[in-house]
Design a protein around this ligand. Structure first.
Ligand code: F6P
Length: 320
């Protein structure tokens, strides 16, 4: 394979730039040419494509977001969109594609693979909800950003003896809430993958109060419900001086952590190794600390992401 393309798609995630850099530099090292596609699949269909050189990816590793921009483009779910995309790839002489993104982006890569075009998926989303990998690019940074906010909120919660409900992103997954909750010493973590009983939540807050505990921090994954709705329901059980903080998109920005930069670099490097061998139809991941490549069709159709529910049990037993 002599010429490859790269795009980022779906919600951006810190570390995407580090992955683009790794793919570009490794490909050039291997004597290949790299074409960057702007705005994900939307740019692919529109032919918004340009050659990337070594210096195009310089001074990017530390930057959040994606310098290739991103977009949500549901039209790529149609065969018409996919064939237009392949037409553009062929027009530019691109023989293989690296797609960095989340679930929707992987489905695009799967569609290209089914049409016989070699595509490789790299998991890039703060949500950590991609099958075939323990961690995604951006998850560590997002979790640390939430953690910083949690630590700050704890100060004011203590001063005012308040309960805080901190709503965090994650779409239908509770990973960010779980990890930031354990790291931040949350009193409760509410995630979609585990049911909860508001009466028990309220009872726990009351127990803490009775012991003289000043703050109470509840980390709520957005996939369960909104923070304000949660606070309303909690009020039915008592007045815990609840305040709600919705962290929202703040969590998607910022300079990637070392862990995300290294992960992104490893994923990107491996993707090019595989394309160089003419392999496609794969998705890269990290399982038990090893970089792996699995069949993208099998992964998307038969594997499911599960958060580390041991963290949930652990938190219940140590956050008294
Ligand atoms: O998938 C990443 C994510 O940030 C989710 O956590 C969130 O639910 C969603 O994207 C928000 O999407 P948008 O930026 O399109 O509003």
């Amino acid at each position: 394979m002599k010429r490859i393309g790269i795009l980022t798609s779906g919600g951006d995630a810190p570390g995407m730039n580090a992955a683009i850099r790794a793919v570009t530099r490794k490909a050039i090292f291997e004597g290949m040419e790299v074409y960057g596609i702007n705005y994900g699949y939307a740019g692919l269909v529109a032919g918004d494509i340009r050659r990337l050189d070594i210096s195009d990816v310089g001074d990017k590793i530390q930057r959040g977001g994606t310098f290739l921009y991103s977009a949500r483009y549901p039209e790529f779910a149609t065969e018409e969109g996919q064939l237009k995309g392949i037409e553009q790839l062929k027009k530019f002489g691109i023989e293989g594609l690296v797609v960095i993104g989340g679930d929707g982006s992987y489905h695009g890569a799967l569609a290209l693979t089914k049409h016989g075009f070699p595509a490789i998926g790299l998991p890039g989303t703060i949500d950590n909800d991609i099958p075939g990998t323990d961690f995604t690019i951006g998850f560590d940074t997002a979790t640390n950003t939430v953690l910083e906010a949690v630590d700050r909120i704890r100060d004011t919660a203590t001063s005012h003896v308040r309960t805080f409900i901190i709503e965090v992103m994650g779409r239908d997954a509770g990973d960010i809430a779980l990890w930031a909750g354990v790291a931040g010493g949350a009193d409760d973590i509410i995630i979609p993958e585990h049911n909860f009983d508001m009466k028990v939540v309220a009872g726990k807050i009351q127990e803490g109060r009775d012991r003289g505990k000043k703050h109470c921090l509840i980390i709520l994954a957005e996939g369960v419900m909104g923070g304000n709705e949660f606070a309303e329901k909690l009020r039915e059980y008592g007045n815990y001086h609840a305040r709600v903080t919705v962290l929202g998109h703040v969590v998607r920005g910022g300079s990637p952590t070392a862990r995300d930069r290294v992960l992104a670099s490893k994923f990107g490097w491996r993707a090019v190794e595989l394309l160089k061998e003419g392999k496609g139809g794969l998705c890269i991941g990290i399982l038990d600390n090893k970089i792996v490549a699995a069949d993208i069709v099998d992964t998307l159709e038969n594997k499911k992401h599960r958060p580390d529910l041991e963290l949930y049990r652990l938190n219940n037993e140590i956050s008294l």
